[in-house]
Design a protein around this ligand. Sequence first.
Ligand SMILES: [Zn+2]
Length: 283
Amino acid sequence: MNSLAKRSLHTVWPLVMRLSRHRKPCVIGLHNPRPENLDAILRTLSDFGCFVPYERMADELLTGKTPPPGFVVTFDDGYAENMDLLEVLANHRCQAMFFVSTATLDRPNPLWFMNTPDPERLKARLRQLPYHAFLSEIEESGLTKRAPNRDRFGLTTAELRTIRSHGHGIGIHTHNHVFLSSLSPADVEEEIQTCSKLLRDALASNDLPLHVAYPDGNHDAQVVQTMLSLGALTAVTTNPGSLAEARLNPLALPRVMLDDDEYPGYAAFKTGSIYKRMKRQHI
Ligand SMILES: [Zn+2]
């Protein structure tokens, strides 16, 4: 998550309402919501539009069409608890996209920001480091060490297959969840290719179209250029907006991050007050 993603629902919820009111397609980003919170979010969204599978949205965009109005739901990082969301997604007939960082795949270790009290501060410090210094730092400082109080943080191969068998997409979120704009093109390539290969092996499939979510939304023109040269089809950012914008770049797509109760606006949303206020003001 980055500071943009941390915009509270007080800020982003009106945007979602505005986009949906004008029947504009919109990508929604989540991380690790509790099932009841996801249920509340999907229930509210479904009042305003249908759920569109990521790959259908991508097909439409890449053939030069505007995707149908509705919501494309995505989850970042690949948390073990994401498995608890499959029933909720099925209840809402929502086919989602899971962008997975593979450093935790089949391992008990956390990603470097998952087991720390202040991930934003840590990110601010580590994003200054060159790639190999960053990798040494997360290793040496014990950030990716197995936690005594927890079995694991990420998904397993078997769970990825289950997610896929439920009709959801699996996408790339880099191997180590790195800040791509501070990497050389060769290092960006390594992070993307490692993640892609591990996911293809896990799914026992060579058929894994390259759809990417930039970790923390972090990207620049050179990163986008590298994605193009790697054959990536789409990439999502954390810049809020709709898919109906003119001159949309498929490798830097807008996405509205709507996270759960660590965000100050969520409690208000949960009790319905934001939703009701939005309804009064806009609908
Ligand atoms: Zn992430």
